[in-house]
Design a protein around this ligand. Sequence first.
Ligand code: SAM
Length: 412
Amino acid sequence: MQDPTREAAFAVLSAVLDHRRTLDEALEALPRLAARDRAAAHRLAAAVLRRLGSLDAAIEPMLGRAPPIAVRHVLRLGAAGLLLLGTPAHAAVATAVALVRTQRLAPFAGLVNAVLRRLAATGEGALAGLDGPRLDTPAWLWRAWGPEARAIATAHQEEAPLDLTLAAGAVAPEGGVELPSGTWRYPPGTRVTDLPGFAEGGFWVQDAAAALPARLLAPATGMRVLDLCAAPGGKTAQCAAAGARVTAVERDPARLDRLRENLTRLRLPADLVCADATQWQPPAAADAVLLDAPCSATGTIRRHPDIPHLKRPRDLPPLILQQDRLLDAACAALRPGGRLLYAVCSLLAEEGPARAAAALARLPLDTDPVRPEELPDLAAALTPEGWVRTTPALWAERGGMDGFFLARFNRR
Ligand code: SAM
């Protein structure tokens, strides 16, 4: 391989856009690669996916006839280097021309050379006049987000920071800031495994919004807590760290292995069960259930810029059915008076407020409204029903947060 980074980025882009693989799957499928090259390929491919609409709009006027899709990918990678990542013009053009040759598309080397030279001459101004948030967001998501669409899509233009939850008594690695919710935040691109204290289990990766569900469940010493959709275990870890007796249920054996590894590193105890939570029955009724249900993950687009290119409206009905079934199982597993926390990392009303309202109508549950003092400096996330809805546009000046919907209930 002459340029492992760009060849890998090309393979990843093609896997996501042409073969509908997730970004994580595409990265896993890469051949053996030095860690630095892999990280650089990830960053480049993610930059293209995040700003695909804008990059295409900048390239389009310079094309005559539509080139083959592989040539378009090469142009997108070159343009992302030039316009987003600060790659020097000569390097961006030369590596793109070399890449198009290695993809057996040598007849297009002249086109790639000409288009990227013109883009390099325009510089970052090539994106300046474009409506990036709109161009980089699929129409169905833009519509679904209503009046908040522009603020959410604007937040998606930037890479997310690295957020950590600290183990009790652990000291935060240098270079971070503590957010009002207790999460520690580090600049985008920080690698958690490089931080001192990682191997010793001092902290785990968890977005500021993702840390809220377990905090609002308020697990305490000795409480019997069920975490029904548990892997990779960020919320299991929070509950176990609070002294609760946690049973973590996860359907996917490979993801359960990851959860086990994470808890081992963190030296936190939990009973692990590999099962479908809609079928599994706990040996005894629980004091509290945390249900972080599978969903469209549209709240995590900053961290997973492949999502807008992979998810479609028709993916929603089976997810909604599963969310309702999991809510049924969660309620059935609770003792009377027990607490249920429903969470989804989704920005779609069908998976959030609509599921909470349907659960209230169907199940012996009452809303246990979240109080403003439980959300320091985050009153904007509280809904009139006492539910919580975060979006990437909240705490924008601090680097935003994932989009989550949370509802807390008590079993009658
Ligand atoms: N709570 C986790 C955390 O904080 O790290 C993230 C959970 S993720 C949103 C949803 C998880 O639920 C996935 O690992 C998925 O494999 C699992 N899952 C999906 N359907 C399930 C089911 N019916 N029973 C158990 N686990 C399920």
